[in-house]
Design a protein around this ligand. Structure first.
Ligand SMILES: [Zn+2]
Length: 247
């Protein structure tokens, strides 16, 4: 696992997961990433900020925890875009930095936050990904940042607001592993008297409640829900008529 300081130095990977703060990726799509790794997909993680405005834990704590979580996910690399926590925007500089990362990783599948979220960085991060995802594919947009590339599939993960998913991944077989990954963020699990913990529940408890609710939608013990951004092109139809017992 490599920690990369320049996003343009990230290695090529099948999957790029983008999170506004360290821990967002793991909570929202840790199980799906574990399943993708089981299928041999390579994985790169990109945090937009270092979470320096968080009420719990120091930046150093969060850097260390993010590294441990990336190792547990068997990610090829993790990088941080270094945007200011609580002040994420889709300005030109931020967009160019994210485009450089996308063109370096050249993912087939991109995970990004959904815009409907209580935290303004998540909403802004969603817009930033929208902008960079499109512009990364334009040949004449900052050609010095690398060859144009646009991921084929973009999946949006919900935050704290309920969002109707259009795709639910069954993560019941890796739920314990996902819990171990989320537990890497000990500074965020610790009790807080500052009101940081959203809705009075700690991060792991929220993740478990959410994945049970998502799983219930597709009759499995644990799931992760996503909104497919744009129509999904389907070439091979076999999986549509498979039953779970065929697998
Ligand atoms: Zn966050």
């Amino acid at each position: 696992m490599n920690t990369v300081t320049d996003p343009g130095d990230l290695p090529r990977c099948d999957v790029l997961a983008v999170g506004p703060h360290p821990d967002d990726i793991e909570i929202a799509c840790g199980g799906s990433l574990l399943r993708l790794r089981q299928q041999g997909a390579s994985l790169c993680l990109l945090d937009l900020t270092r979470g320096e405005m968080g009420s719990s834990g120091t930046v150093e704590d969060r850097d260390r925890e993010a590294l441990a979580a990336a190792t547990a996910l068997q990610a090829a690399a993790r990088a941080n875009l270094g945007l200011p926590d609580t002040r994420v925007t889709d300005d030109d500089d931020s967009t160019a930095r994210l485009v450089a990362a996308m063109r370096a990783v050249r993912p087939k599948l991109l995970f990004a936050p959904h815009e409907r979220d209580v935290h303004p960085d998540h909403t802004a991060g969603a817009h930033l990904v929208t902008r960079a995802h499109f512009l990364a594919g334009l040949r004449n947009y900052h050609p010095e940042l690398g060859e144009p590339h646009r991921a084929r599939v973009l999946l949006r993960y919900p935050g704290n607001h309920p969002v109707e998913p259009t795709l639910v991944v069954d993560i019941s077989s890796v739920a314990d592993q996902k819990e171990a990954v989320v537990r890497c963020y000990q500074s965020q699990l610790a009790p807080s008297d500052t009101g940081h913990l959203v809705q009075g529940l700690d991060l792991l408890e929220r993740a478990i409640i959410r994945q049970r609710a998502m799983g219930a939608l597709v009759a499995t013990a644990a799931g992760e829900g996503f909104v497919v951004d744009g129509p999904l092109a389907v070439d091979e139809l076999g999986w549509l008529v498979e039953t779970p017992t065929d697998r």
